[in-house]
Design a protein around this ligand. Structure first.
Ligand code: FES
Length: 106
């Protein structure tokens, strides 16, 4: 288990308990976090699960794969710390992770 905090664009915080092996996207959906749409269900083909990884966690989370990076071009206002949350697997090292949800998807 890992504690993951999602922060909406308006500052609303959602503190969740994520299961190891699930993805950050699945954690958001299971906990009803608004703003994570995940149209493709985690296949890395929609970019509607876009999040900004908190600066303090960028290094631990790491960067996107080439395929994910291509999809991020379709995300709303991508930044250097953008990731597709379906491509981040929950692991113990991510306990305490903070991600920011963009004001909209797509
Ligand atoms: Fe579609 Fe992540 S859920 S790219």
């Amino acid at each position: 288990m890992a504690k993951i905090t999602f922060i909406e664009a308006d500052g609303t915080r959602h503190e969740t308990e994520a299961e190891t092996g699930a993805t950050v996207m699945e954690t958001a959906i299971m906990n009803g976090v608004p703003g994570i749409v995940a149209e493709c269900g985690g296949a890395c083909t929609c970019a509607t699960c876009h999040v900004y990884v908190d600066e303090a966690w960028s290094e631990t989370v790491g960067g996107p794969s080439m395929m994910e990076e291509d999809m991020l071009d379709f995300a709303f206002q991508p930044k250097p710390n953008s990731r597709l949350s379906c491509q981040i697997k929950v692991k113990d090292a991510l306990d305490g992770l903070v991600v920011h949800v963009p004001s909209r998807q797509g």
